[in-house]
Design a protein around this ligand. Sequence first.
Ligand SMILES: O=C(O)C1=C[C@@H](OP(=O)(O)O)[C@@H](O)[C@H](O)C1
Ligand SMILES: C=C(OP(=O)(O)O)C(=O)O
Length: 432
Amino acid sequence: MEQLHLPASHKAQGAITLPGSKSISNRTLLLAALADGVTVIRDLLASDDTARMLEALSALGVKLENISENAWQVTGCSGNFPNKQADLFLGNAGTAFRPLTAALAFSGGDYHLHGIARMHERPIGDLVDALQQVGAQVSYLGNTGYPPLQISPAQLDVSQAIKIRGDVSSQFLTALLMALPLTGQAASIEVVGELISKPYIEITLNLMQRFGVTVHRDGWQHFYIAAGARYHAPGEIYVEGDASSASYFIGAGIVAGDVTVNGVGAQSIQGDIRFAEAANLMGGRISYGDNHVRAENTGTLKAIDLDCNHIPDAAMTLAVMAMFVHGDSDQDRTTTLRNIASWRVKETDRIAAMATELRKVGATVVEGPDYIQVTAPLQLTPNAVIDTYDDHRMAMCFSLLSLAGVPITINDPKCVGKTFPEYFKVFASIVR
Ligand SMILES: O=C(O)C1=C[C@@H](OP(=O)(O)O)[C@@H](O)[C@H](O)C1
Ligand SMILES: C=C(OP(=O)(O)O)C(=O)O
Protein backbone atom coordinates (compact mmCIF):
# COMPACT_ATOMS: atom_id res chain seq x y z
CA MET A 1 0.00 0.00 0.00
CA GLU A 2 1.16 3.49 -0.76
CA GLN A 3 2.32 5.60 2.20
CA LEU A 4 3.12 9.28 2.57
CA HIS A 5 5.66 10.37 5.18
CA LEU A 6 5.04 13.88 6.45
CA PRO A 7 8.07 15.38 8.20
CA ALA A 8 7.75 17.12 11.55
CA SER A 9 7.12 20.83 11.31
CA HIS A 10 5.97 23.69 13.52
CA LYS A 11 4.80 26.28 11.08
CA ALA A 12 2.10 26.75 8.44
CA GLN A 13 2.15 29.94 6.46
CA GLY A 14 0.95 31.23 3.11
CA ALA A 15 -2.10 31.35 0.89
CA ILE A 16 -3.89 28.60 -1.00
CA THR A 17 -6.76 28.44 -3.46
CA LEU A 18 -9.45 25.85 -2.86
CA PRO A 19 -10.85 23.41 -5.42
CA GLY A 20 -14.58 23.74 -6.10
CA SER A 21 -17.22 22.64 -3.62
CA LYS A 22 -18.28 19.01 -3.99
CA SER A 23 -21.80 19.74 -2.76
CA ILE A 24 -22.31 22.65 -5.14
CA SER A 25 -20.61 20.90 -8.10
CA ASN A 26 -22.74 17.77 -8.04
CA ARG A 27 -26.00 19.64 -7.40
CA THR A 28 -25.23 22.11 -10.18
CA LEU A 29 -24.40 19.34 -12.65
CA LEU A 30 -27.71 17.57 -11.98
CA LEU A 31 -29.80 20.74 -12.06
CA ALA A 32 -28.10 21.89 -15.29
CA ALA A 33 -28.75 18.46 -16.81
CA LEU A 34 -32.45 18.68 -15.91
CA ALA A 35 -32.93 22.31 -16.98
CA ASP A 36 -34.27 23.89 -20.13
CA GLY A 37 -31.30 25.45 -21.94
CA VAL A 38 -27.53 25.51 -21.72
CA THR A 39 -25.51 26.12 -18.54
CA VAL A 40 -21.81 26.91 -18.37
CA ILE A 41 -20.40 25.78 -15.03
CA ARG A 42 -17.04 27.30 -14.05
CA ASP A 43 -14.63 26.13 -11.32
CA LEU A 44 -16.31 22.75 -11.13
CA LEU A 45 -14.55 20.38 -8.72
CA ALA A 46 -12.44 17.78 -10.59
CA SER A 47 -12.44 14.72 -8.31
CA ASP A 48 -13.75 11.18 -8.03
CA ASP A 49 -17.19 12.26 -6.77
CA THR A 50 -17.79 14.71 -9.62
CA ALA A 51 -16.35 12.26 -12.15
CA ARG A 52 -19.01 9.74 -11.06
CA MET A 53 -21.77 12.34 -11.57
CA LEU A 54 -20.39 13.39 -14.97
CA GLU A 55 -20.15 9.74 -16.12
CA ALA A 56 -23.69 9.04 -14.93
CA LEU A 57 -25.19 12.07 -16.69
CA SER A 58 -23.32 11.16 -19.84
CA ALA A 59 -24.67 7.58 -19.66
CA LEU A 60 -28.15 9.11 -19.31
CA GLY A 61 -27.62 10.90 -22.61
CA VAL A 62 -26.89 14.42 -21.33
CA LYS A 63 -24.54 16.46 -23.53
CA LEU A 64 -21.54 17.58 -21.47
CA GLU A 65 -18.59 19.48 -22.91
CA ASN A 66 -15.38 20.28 -21.05
CA ILE A 67 -14.83 23.72 -22.62
CA SER A 68 -11.76 24.74 -20.61
CA GLU A 69 -10.04 23.76 -17.37
CA ASN A 70 -12.79 22.98 -14.83
CA ALA A 71 -15.43 24.62 -17.06
CA TRP A 72 -18.26 22.51 -18.43
CA GLN A 73 -21.08 23.30 -20.81
CA VAL A 74 -24.18 21.26 -20.02
CA THR A 75 -27.07 21.06 -22.45
CA GLY A 76 -30.14 20.47 -20.33
CA CYS A 77 -32.65 17.76 -21.24
CA SER A 78 -35.71 19.68 -20.01
CA GLY A 79 -36.46 17.20 -17.25
CA ASN A 80 -36.38 14.15 -19.50
CA PHE A 81 -33.17 12.10 -19.70
CA PRO A 82 -32.76 10.85 -23.31
CA ASN A 83 -31.58 7.34 -22.30
CA LYS A 84 -34.30 5.26 -20.71
CA GLN A 85 -31.94 2.46 -19.70
CA ALA A 86 -28.59 2.75 -17.95
CA ASP A 87 -26.22 1.00 -15.59
CA LEU A 88 -24.67 3.61 -13.31
CA PHE A 89 -21.59 3.09 -11.13
CA LEU A 90 -21.53 5.88 -8.56
CA GLY A 91 -18.48 4.95 -6.49
CA ASN A 92 -18.90 6.27 -2.96
CA ALA A 93 -20.41 9.60 -3.94
CA GLY A 94 -23.43 10.28 -1.72
CA THR A 95 -24.07 13.53 -3.60
CA ALA A 96 -24.41 11.53 -6.83
CA PHE A 97 -26.15 8.40 -5.52
CA ARG A 98 -28.95 9.94 -3.48
CA PRO A 99 -30.02 12.75 -5.88
CA LEU A 100 -29.81 10.48 -8.95
CA THR A 101 -31.95 7.83 -7.23
CA ALA A 102 -34.77 10.33 -6.76
CA ALA A 103 -34.40 11.97 -10.18
CA LEU A 104 -34.38 8.59 -11.97
CA ALA A 105 -37.32 7.29 -9.93
CA PHE A 106 -39.30 10.13 -11.58
CA SER A 107 -37.81 9.60 -15.05
CA GLY A 108 -39.78 6.65 -16.47
CA GLY A 109 -36.85 4.37 -17.30
CA ASP A 110 -35.01 1.23 -16.20
CA TYR A 111 -31.89 2.05 -14.22
CA HIS A 112 -29.39 0.08 -12.16
CA LEU A 113 -27.51 2.13 -9.56
CA HIS A 114 -24.54 0.72 -7.70
CA GLY A 115 -21.28 1.77 -6.07
CA ILE A 116 -18.25 0.53 -4.19
CA ALA A 117 -18.71 -1.94 -1.32
CA ARG A 118 -18.90 0.85 1.29
CA MET A 119 -21.67 2.59 -0.67
CA HIS A 120 -23.64 -0.64 -0.34
CA GLU A 121 -23.35 -0.27 3.45
CA ARG A 122 -24.53 3.35 3.49
CA PRO A 123 -28.28 3.67 4.20
CA ILE A 124 -30.76 4.85 1.58
CA GLY A 125 -33.99 3.32 2.98
CA ASP A 126 -35.51 6.60 4.15
CA LEU A 127 -35.27 8.02 0.63
CA VAL A 128 -36.60 4.85 -1.01
CA ASP A 129 -39.54 4.79 1.46
CA ALA A 130 -40.42 8.35 0.49
CA LEU A 131 -40.20 7.58 -3.25
CA GLN A 132 -42.33 4.45 -2.86
CA GLN A 133 -45.05 6.50 -1.14
CA VAL A 134 -45.70 8.34 -4.41
CA GLY A 135 -45.70 5.11 -6.43
CA ALA A 136 -42.07 5.06 -7.63
CA GLN A 137 -40.69 1.59 -8.46
CA VAL A 138 -37.40 1.32 -6.59
CA SER A 139 -36.19 -2.07 -5.42
CA TYR A 140 -33.22 -3.32 -3.44
CA LEU A 141 -30.88 -5.71 -5.24
CA GLY A 142 -28.92 -6.57 -2.09
CA ASN A 143 -29.78 -5.77 1.51
CA THR A 144 -33.07 -4.00 2.21
CA GLY A 145 -32.43 -0.35 2.93
CA TYR A 146 -29.13 -0.20 1.03
CA PRO A 147 -27.80 0.07 -2.52
CA PRO A 148 -27.56 -1.39 -5.12
CA LEU A 149 -30.95 -0.34 -6.49
CA GLN A 150 -33.09 -1.11 -9.51
CA ILE A 151 -35.48 1.58 -10.73
CA SER A 152 -38.35 0.93 -13.15
CA PRO A 153 -40.98 3.15 -14.82
CA ALA A 154 -43.99 3.99 -12.64
CA GLN A 155 -47.18 6.00 -12.42
CA LEU A 156 -46.61 8.76 -9.86
CA ASP A 157 -49.09 10.49 -7.58
CA VAL A 158 -47.73 13.27 -5.40
CA SER A 159 -51.11 14.64 -4.32
CA GLN A 160 -50.56 13.63 -0.68
CA ALA A 161 -47.84 15.14 1.52
CA ILE A 162 -44.68 13.03 1.18
CA LYS A 163 -43.19 11.96 4.48
CA ILE A 164 -39.44 11.59 4.70
CA ARG A 165 -37.09 10.97 7.61
CA GLY A 166 -34.24 13.41 7.94
CA ASP A 167 -32.34 12.05 10.92
CA VAL A 168 -29.88 9.74 9.13
CA SER A 169 -28.81 11.97 6.25
CA SER A 170 -30.02 15.30 4.88
CA GLN A 171 -29.13 14.05 1.39
CA PHE A 172 -32.47 12.19 1.24
CA LEU A 173 -34.45 15.42 1.56
CA THR A 174 -32.08 17.16 -0.85
CA ALA A 175 -32.66 14.36 -3.37
CA LEU A 176 -36.44 14.51 -3.06
CA LEU A 177 -36.53 18.30 -3.31
CA MET A 178 -34.38 18.40 -6.44
CA ALA A 179 -36.39 15.63 -8.15
CA LEU A 180 -39.96 16.79 -7.42
CA PRO A 181 -40.14 19.45 -10.17
CA LEU A 182 -39.78 16.54 -12.66
CA THR A 183 -43.32 15.46 -11.80
CA GLY A 184 -44.75 18.83 -12.89
CA GLN A 185 -47.23 18.53 -10.03
CA ALA A 186 -47.61 20.55 -6.84
CA ALA A 187 -45.92 18.70 -4.01
CA SER A 188 -45.44 19.00 -0.30
CA ILE A 189 -42.94 17.27 1.96
CA GLU A 190 -43.18 16.59 5.65
CA VAL A 191 -39.90 15.83 7.39
CA VAL A 192 -40.40 13.23 10.09
CA GLY A 193 -38.12 13.44 13.12
CA GLU A 194 -35.23 15.85 13.58
CA LEU A 195 -33.52 16.97 10.36
CA ILE A 196 -29.71 16.72 10.57
CA SER A 197 -27.05 18.62 8.62
CA LYS A 198 -29.53 21.46 7.91
CA PRO A 199 -27.11 23.81 6.14
CA TYR A 200 -26.90 21.33 3.25
CA ILE A 201 -30.62 21.86 2.66
CA GLU A 202 -29.90 25.58 2.38
CA ILE A 203 -27.35 24.84 -0.37
CA THR A 204 -30.01 22.77 -2.17
CA LEU A 205 -32.70 25.48 -1.92
CA ASN A 206 -30.25 28.18 -2.97
CA LEU A 207 -29.21 26.31 -6.10
CA MET A 208 -32.78 25.27 -7.03
CA GLN A 209 -33.65 28.96 -6.80
CA ARG A 210 -30.79 29.85 -9.13
CA PHE A 211 -32.26 27.38 -11.61
CA GLY A 212 -35.66 29.05 -11.28
CA VAL A 213 -37.48 26.85 -8.77
CA THR A 214 -38.56 28.41 -5.48
CA VAL A 215 -39.26 26.07 -2.60
CA HIS A 216 -41.49 27.49 0.12
CA ARG A 217 -40.89 26.17 3.57
CA ASP A 218 -42.24 26.30 7.06
CA GLY A 219 -39.26 25.85 9.35
CA TRP A 220 -37.39 22.63 8.69
CA GLN A 221 -40.45 20.40 8.66
CA HIS A 222 -42.63 21.41 5.71
CA PHE A 223 -41.50 22.15 2.18
CA TYR A 224 -43.73 23.07 -0.80
CA ILE A 225 -43.14 23.13 -4.55
CA ALA A 226 -45.73 24.67 -6.88
CA ALA A 227 -47.33 22.90 -9.85
CA GLY A 228 -45.48 23.53 -13.10
CA ALA A 229 -42.12 24.34 -11.46
CA ARG A 230 -39.33 23.86 -14.03
CA TYR A 231 -35.58 24.28 -14.02
CA HIS A 232 -34.22 26.96 -16.35
CA ALA A 233 -30.53 27.28 -17.17
CA PRO A 234 -29.11 30.34 -15.40
CA GLY A 235 -26.54 30.86 -18.20
CA GLU A 236 -23.27 30.87 -16.36
CA ILE A 237 -22.67 29.65 -12.84
CA TYR A 238 -19.51 29.73 -10.71
CA VAL A 239 -18.81 27.07 -8.11
CA GLU A 240 -17.42 28.39 -4.81
CA GLY A 241 -14.34 26.81 -3.26
CA ASP A 242 -15.08 23.85 -1.00
CA ALA A 243 -15.69 25.01 2.58
CA SER A 244 -15.10 21.51 4.01
CA SER A 245 -11.72 21.39 2.25
CA ALA A 246 -11.05 24.87 3.68
CA SER A 247 -11.18 23.40 7.19
CA TYR A 248 -7.74 21.73 6.83
CA PHE A 249 -6.04 25.00 5.93
CA ILE A 250 -7.97 27.11 8.42
CA GLY A 251 -7.06 24.45 10.98
CA ALA A 252 -3.39 24.59 9.93
CA GLY A 253 -3.33 28.37 10.33
CA ILE A 254 -4.96 28.20 13.75
CA VAL A 255 -2.66 25.51 15.17
CA ALA A 256 0.59 26.61 13.57
CA GLY A 257 0.77 29.98 11.89
CA ASP A 258 -1.09 32.16 9.46
CA VAL A 259 -2.91 30.82 6.43
CA THR A 260 -5.20 32.54 3.94
CA VAL A 261 -7.72 30.38 2.15
CA ASN A 262 -9.02 31.74 -1.15
CA GLY A 263 -12.27 30.59 -2.72
CA VAL A 264 -14.76 30.94 0.13
CA GLY A 265 -15.62 33.92 2.27
CA ALA A 266 -18.21 35.66 4.36
CA GLN A 267 -20.89 35.25 1.64
CA SER A 268 -20.45 31.49 1.20
CA ILE A 269 -23.64 29.45 0.78
CA GLN A 270 -21.92 26.44 2.40
CA GLY A 271 -22.65 25.67 6.02
CA ASP A 272 -19.12 24.38 6.57
CA ILE A 273 -17.90 27.97 6.48
CA ARG A 274 -19.06 27.99 10.10
CA PHE A 275 -16.14 25.72 10.92
CA ALA A 276 -14.24 29.02 11.16
CA GLU A 277 -16.44 30.03 14.11
CA ALA A 278 -15.59 26.77 15.88
CA ALA A 279 -11.89 27.31 15.19
CA ASN A 280 -12.29 30.80 16.62
CA LEU A 281 -13.85 29.32 19.77
CA MET A 282 -10.70 27.23 20.15
CA GLY A 283 -8.76 30.47 20.34
CA GLY A 284 -7.62 31.13 16.78
CA ARG A 285 -8.06 34.46 15.04
CA ILE A 286 -10.32 34.46 11.99
CA SER A 287 -10.92 37.26 9.52
CA TYR A 288 -13.10 37.16 6.42
CA GLY A 289 -13.19 38.80 3.04
CA ASP A 290 -15.79 38.27 0.32
CA ASN A 291 -13.74 35.45 -1.15
CA HIS A 292 -11.19 34.49 1.50
CA VAL A 293 -10.78 33.43 5.09
CA ARG A 294 -7.60 34.10 7.03
CA ALA A 295 -6.73 31.96 10.05
CA GLU A 296 -4.02 32.87 12.53
CA ASN A 297 -2.55 31.22 15.57
CA THR A 298 -2.75 33.32 18.73
CA GLY A 299 -0.48 31.29 20.97
CA THR A 300 -2.86 29.12 22.93
CA LEU A 301 -5.53 26.70 21.85
CA LYS A 302 -8.50 25.94 24.13
CA ALA A 303 -10.53 22.77 24.37
CA ILE A 304 -14.18 23.17 23.33
CA ASP A 305 -17.48 21.37 23.87
CA LEU A 306 -19.56 21.82 20.75
CA ASP A 307 -22.69 20.55 18.99
CA CYS A 308 -21.34 19.84 15.49
CA ASN A 309 -24.54 18.74 13.74
CA HIS A 310 -24.39 21.75 11.41
CA ILE A 311 -20.79 21.02 10.28
CA PRO A 312 -20.54 17.21 10.15
CA ASP A 313 -17.64 17.03 7.66
CA ALA A 314 -15.46 19.90 8.90
CA ALA A 315 -15.94 18.78 12.51
CA MET A 316 -13.46 15.96 11.86
CA THR A 317 -10.79 18.63 11.59
CA LEU A 318 -11.72 19.89 15.07
CA ALA A 319 -11.09 16.41 16.50
CA VAL A 320 -7.50 16.54 15.20
CA MET A 321 -7.01 20.18 16.23
CA ALA A 322 -7.98 19.05 19.74
CA MET A 323 -4.57 17.32 19.87
CA PHE A 324 -2.88 20.75 19.91
CA VAL A 325 -4.60 21.87 23.12
CA HIS A 326 -2.31 22.43 26.11
CA GLY A 327 -3.39 22.53 29.75
CA ASP A 328 -2.40 21.22 33.15
CA SER A 329 -5.46 19.09 33.85
CA ASP A 330 -7.00 16.38 31.69
CA GLN A 331 -10.20 18.43 31.76
CA ASP A 332 -8.43 21.45 30.29
CA ARG A 333 -7.20 19.26 27.45
CA THR A 334 -10.54 17.56 26.68
CA THR A 335 -12.57 18.53 23.60
CA THR A 336 -16.06 17.10 23.12
CA LEU A 337 -17.79 17.06 19.73
CA ARG A 338 -21.49 16.22 20.02
CA ASN A 339 -24.47 15.29 17.84
CA ILE A 340 -22.36 13.61 15.16
CA ALA A 341 -24.15 10.24 14.84
CA SER A 342 -24.01 10.62 11.04
CA TRP A 343 -20.22 10.11 11.21
CA ARG A 344 -20.96 6.42 11.62
CA VAL A 345 -22.60 6.05 8.19
CA LYS A 346 -20.26 8.07 5.99
CA GLU A 347 -17.11 6.93 4.13
CA THR A 348 -16.29 4.77 7.14
CA ASP A 349 -17.50 4.71 10.75
CA ARG A 350 -15.74 8.00 11.37
CA ILE A 351 -16.24 8.02 15.15
CA ALA A 352 -14.54 4.62 15.47
CA ALA A 353 -11.83 5.47 12.92
CA MET A 354 -11.06 8.81 14.56
CA ALA A 355 -10.83 7.23 18.01
CA THR A 356 -8.54 4.41 16.84
CA GLU A 357 -6.15 6.69 14.97
CA LEU A 358 -6.00 9.49 17.57
CA ARG A 359 -5.05 6.88 20.19
CA LYS A 360 -2.01 5.99 18.05
CA VAL A 361 -0.75 9.54 18.59
CA GLY A 362 -1.30 9.35 22.36
CA ALA A 363 -4.83 10.73 22.82
CA THR A 364 -7.29 9.42 25.36
CA VAL A 365 -10.56 9.05 23.45
CA VAL A 366 -14.05 8.26 24.66
CA GLU A 367 -16.64 7.53 21.98
CA GLY A 368 -20.40 7.30 22.25
CA PRO A 369 -23.13 6.61 19.69
CA ASP A 370 -23.16 10.28 18.67
CA TYR A 371 -20.16 11.96 20.26
CA ILE A 372 -16.41 11.84 20.60
CA GLN A 373 -14.30 13.16 23.45
CA VAL A 374 -10.60 13.73 22.80
CA THR A 375 -8.09 14.40 25.56
CA ALA A 376 -4.79 15.64 24.17
CA PRO A 377 -1.70 13.93 25.59
CA LEU A 378 0.99 16.09 27.22
CA GLN A 379 3.27 14.98 24.40
CA LEU A 380 2.28 13.48 21.05
CA THR A 381 3.66 10.09 20.05
CA PRO A 382 5.96 10.55 17.03
CA ASN A 383 6.05 8.36 13.90
CA ALA A 384 2.47 7.12 14.10
CA VAL A 385 1.23 5.31 10.98
CA ILE A 386 -2.33 6.46 10.32
CA ASP A 387 -4.86 4.23 8.58
CA THR A 388 -7.32 6.19 6.49
CA TYR A 389 -10.14 3.66 5.84
CA ASP A 390 -10.63 4.87 2.24
CA ASP A 391 -11.87 8.12 3.79
CA HIS A 392 -10.47 11.28 2.21
CA ARG A 393 -11.23 13.31 5.34
CA MET A 394 -9.24 10.94 7.59
CA ALA A 395 -6.21 11.45 5.35
CA MET A 396 -6.63 15.21 5.12
CA CYS A 397 -7.32 16.03 8.76
CA PHE A 398 -4.55 13.78 10.13
CA SER A 399 -1.98 15.59 7.98
CA LEU A 400 -2.32 18.52 10.44
CA LEU A 401 -0.61 16.48 13.15
CA SER A 402 2.72 16.91 11.37
CA LEU A 403 2.46 20.58 12.38
CA ALA A 404 2.70 19.56 16.04
CA GLY A 405 6.36 18.74 15.52
CA VAL A 406 5.90 14.98 15.06
CA PRO A 407 6.60 13.05 11.87
CA ILE A 408 3.56 11.11 10.73
CA THR A 409 2.80 8.55 8.02
CA ILE A 410 -0.50 8.57 6.13
CA ASN A 411 -1.51 5.24 4.63
CA ASP A 412 -3.23 5.24 1.22
CA PRO A 413 -2.92 9.02 0.73
CA LYS A 414 -4.59 8.81 -2.70
CA CYS A 415 -7.98 8.35 -1.03
CA VAL A 416 -8.12 12.17 -1.01
CA GLY A 417 -9.14 11.83 -4.67
CA LYS A 418 -12.78 11.66 -3.57
CA THR A 419 -12.90 15.44 -3.17
CA PHE A 420 -9.36 16.90 -3.35
CA PRO A 421 -6.87 14.99 -5.54
CA GLU A 422 -4.13 17.64 -5.14
CA TYR A 423 -4.51 17.91 -1.36
CA PHE A 424 -1.03 16.86 -0.25
CA LYS A 425 0.66 19.11 -2.82
CA VAL A 426 -1.36 22.09 -1.61
CA PHE A 427 -0.74 21.19 2.04
CA ALA A 428 3.04 20.98 1.42
CA SER A 429 2.94 24.50 -0.04
CA ILE A 430 2.00 26.03 3.35
CA VAL A 431 4.29 23.95 5.58
CA ARG A 432 7.42 25.87 6.55
O1 LIG B 1 -25.74 17.28 0.74
C1 LIG B 1 -24.50 17.28 0.75
O2 LIG B 1 -23.82 17.81 -0.17
C2 LIG B 1 -23.80 16.64 1.88
C3 LIG B 1 -24.46 16.43 3.06
C4 LIG B 1 -23.81 15.89 4.28
O3 LIG B 1 -24.28 14.57 4.48
P1 LIG B 1 -25.42 14.19 5.58
O4 LIG B 1 -26.64 14.95 5.29
O5 LIG B 1 -25.58 12.72 5.34
O6 LIG B 1 -24.85 14.52 6.93
C5 LIG B 1 -22.29 15.86 4.13
O7 LIG B 1 -21.72 15.03 5.11
C6 LIG B 1 -21.86 15.38 2.77
O8 LIG B 1 -20.45 15.36 2.65
C7 LIG B 1 -22.38 16.29 1.69
C1 LIG C 1 -19.84 12.36 3.76
C2 LIG C 1 -19.15 12.71 2.69
O1 LIG C 1 -19.43 12.33 1.42
P1 LIG C 1 -20.77 11.93 0.65
O2 LIG C 1 -21.08 13.10 -0.23
O3 LIG C 1 -20.40 10.71 -0.12
O4 LIG C 1 -21.85 11.70 1.65
C3 LIG C 1 -17.93 13.56 2.80
O5 LIG C 1 -17.45 14.05 1.77
O6 LIG C 1 -17.42 13.77 3.92
